[in-house]
Design a protein around this ligand. Sequence first.
Ligand SMILES: [Fe+2]
Ligand SMILES: [Fe+2]
Length: 268
Amino acid sequence: MARDTSKLRIAAAGDLHCRLDQHGRFRAFIKHVNAVSDLLLLCGDLTDRGLADEAKVLAEDLAALRIPCVAVMGNHDYEAGTVKEVCAELAKANVRVLDGDHWVFEKVLGVAGVKGFGGGFGKATLQAFGEAPIKAFVQEGVNESLKLEAALGQLDTPHRVVITHYSPVDDTLEGENPMIHPFLGTSRLSMPIDYYGAEYVFHGHAHHGCRQGRTPGGVPVYNVAMPLLAKHTPEQRFALIEIPLAGEDSRRVFEERDDARVDVPTSH
Ligand SMILES: [Fe+2]
Ligand SMILES: [Fe+2]
């Protein structure tokens, strides 16, 4: 069946939490993503303990991807102190890991990515006052926000999306214990998004949150933590959005690419 080239289809998921004994666990997920999307975004916690060998297990399945894949790391990916090795294993499966930088898809779509950090939301956002450890905690959130600002500020593509692990809004945390919301994200991440603009934001980390929210400026935010998606749509463990493309942009994506696929199998 002829592919509808008037839209770019983006699949997004986070919190795969791949473990050493999970060879092949994501095979069906990858097959499904290949069948219905043009790009896969992964929003952190790709490994469970931050082990390079866990990333290797995941990369075995990711190697079957027939579309580009862009990711950010999550807090779990830092657990073992070997995040560089985790990234190196994922790179073998052509996963591009963003950390305050961006990736551009055929001059049409820009993806800005950062892990993010906690710190709280709105008027309850933690301020840099008092003890040094409190200031250091706040500074980490500020740093991540500045990294996102730098990534977005350099994008001049007609379309742009943002991926983070921590949430930039409180909306998508509804369902989580309110006591831990400040550790699940911070409004500081939403500021550069609203300033520079984006069509969509995808994040993970909030396994028990809800699926959709908006930044104060109105940008749609999707919580794509896989445990959450598995609960609501077990038949599709990723969010799927479509971005309408102008004729010129469609040609760039679907006709001028060496590896462009026009016909895509619809079964999975
Ligand atoms: Fe997670
Ligand atoms: Fe997480």
